[in-house]
Design a protein. Sequence first.
Length: 136
Amino acid sequence: MKRVGVWLDKERAIIVTLYNGEVSMNTILSKVEHFHVHGGSGTRKKGGPQDVVQDSKYLEREKHQLKKYFNDIIIEIKEANAIVLFGPAEACFKFNKELITYHTELSTKVKDVVKADSMTKSQVKAWVKDFFLMTH
């Protein structure tokens, strides 16, 4: 039985695979840009020049970058029999929603989605081992 734990945030995913007593790890970088939107008025005077900030353009680009990132993770975990998703931010919940919406068969293998702090790679590995020991 191939069990996979995925710790992810917007920057990277650490994938821990437990299979036949072996533990392997892989890291996928997201390539999602950090958008620092600058804009607004250059002057405090009423009627001064205004910069128009195109938030929707940035959000759309981020959405496409997240989709590519999620697809890279899916390629890595598609052979799993059991999956746990965890991480410090909303990324693991967004990823689970992506699985439910577009990858129904894979989403049925998700055993849990857990909010977790940032961790070192060895902490991630230990967390995944512990999770599957308790649910086994």
